[in-house]
Design a protein around this ligand. Structure first.
Ligand SMILES: Cc1cc2nc3c(=O)[nH]c(=O)nc-3n(C[C@H](O)[C@H](O)[C@H](O)COP(=O)(O)O)c2cc1C
Length: 358
């Protein structure tokens, strides 16, 4: 099959009117955004890494009720990390590094919760997947252990995962995934990097224009392009480079259906959004966001940040205090390198614009 035929076949299997995927986005995308994407004929995604199984069940039920009688292609997205063992010495060093900020904002480190940060894919979540039978389950940071993955497959869902290198794409294909998301280094949010001992070595990360054609040549499964794609020309270019579909995150961040915070929206609409960087400060894993005060003062990549996802906790009270004052100094302002497609228009309109000319 040529690449246009692969794309058509891919969309047909998922009953998509357009080969576009609204990216799952912890913190910025929920049921409303997924619903708008589905209504516009794209694949809607829910950010399962921040949703307990009960919330996932409610969200999928709401989507199916809202679009009753029509195809409701939904993607449930999960993170495949192993929660790290407690490391009190590292946590203490991190809090010490943050002490000047706690003092300045009058925040007590005792207000820090020790929550899980982000939920890993486990048996409880697999129960929910089996009950919900979504069209797609996509993973970030590799794949879950074989018994859990087998449960997802048995549910009938297509299994996708992000690859940030050609080697990761080949590894995923060898594990039997149904599609690979080629996530270029321009992408906003977390890098899906998983096949290297040190996830914070960002020298391995490749831009979309270089990654996509190499991945498309290296694997036989459909490839979904992600990273820096912001308009119809970018979508068309990705398809030309071998993509069967395109996954966009940043472009949706200003849509009214997104749950993007006020400080995040303001940053996206400011000149600051022209400068993004990969940073591990906010969660412990590299992710792309708009450069802000914390990144400037501690350095975007720091050996001090605790392991993913525990770094989230110590920053939470600082973020809350700063956001109350209208500042995004301690917030993860996730954004890709191309914010030119961010528009405060309904997601359905954005999808129609992105699909123009396909
Ligand atoms: C705010 C934000 C949150 C994200 N959260 C997730 C997530 O929860 N799971 C995931 O697989 N990818 C996540 N991503 C990455 C997207 O799946 C995708 O790779 C990326 O948005 C594509 O690049 P773009 O932002 O330039 O469109 C996120 C991206 C953004 C911008």
């Amino acid at each position: 099959m040529n690449s246009a035929a692969v794309s058509r076949d891919f969309a047909r299997r998922l009953e998509l009117a357009v080969p576009l995927v609204q990216a799952p986005m912890v913190g910025c995308g929920g049921t409303a955004l997924a619903s708008a994407a589905i209504g516009a004929g794209a694949l809607g995604s829910l950010p399962g890494a921040a949703m307990a199984p009960a919330a996932l069940r409610d969200a999928v039920a709401a989507l199916r009720a809202e679009h009753a009688g029509k195809p409701v292609p939904v993607n449930l997205n999960f993170f495949c990390h192993v929660p790290p063992a407690a490391d009190p010495a590292r946590e203490a060093a991190w809090r010490e590094a943050l002490r000047p900020f706690y003092d300045e904002l009058g925040v007590s480190p005792s207000a820090i919760a020790n929550g899980p940060g982000r939920l890993p894919f486990d048996d409880d979540v697999a129960d929910a997947v089996e009950a919900l039978r979504p069209e797609v389950v996509s993973f970030h940071f590799g794949l879950p252990p074989a018994p859990l993955l087998a449960r997802v497959r048995r549910s009938g869902a297509q299994v996708w995962s992000s690859a940030t290198t050609v080697a990761e794409a080949q590894w995923l294909e060898a594990q039997g995934v149904d599609a690979v998301i080629a996530q270029g280094a321009e992408a906003g949010g977390h890098r899906g990097v998983f096949l290297q001992a040190d996830a914070s070595d960002i020298t391995t990360q490749v831009g979309t224009m270089a990654l996509l054609p190499q991945v498309a040549a290296a694997v036989r499964v459909p490839v979904i392009a992600a990273g820096g794609i912001a308009d119809a020309a970018g979508v068309a270019a990705a398809m030309r480079l071998g993509a069967a579909a395109v996954q966009l995150g940043t472009a949706f961040l200003l849509c009214p259906e997104a749950t993007t915070s006020a400080v995040h929206r303001a940053a996206l609409q400011s000149q600051a959004a022209r400068h993004t960087a990969l940073t591990n400060l906010f969660t412990g894993r590299p992710a792309r966001g708009i450069v802000n005060r914390l990144m400037r003062e501690l350095g975007a990549m720091s050996a001090l940040a605790p392991s993913f996802p525990t770094a989230v906790n110590a920053l939470a009270p600082l973020r809350a205090a700063a956001e109350k004052a209208g500042l995004g100094d301690f917030s993860s302002l996730w954004a890709g390198q191309n914010v030119s497609g961010c528009k405060a228009i309904p997601a359905a309109q954005l999808i129609a614009e992105l699909a123009a000319g396909l």
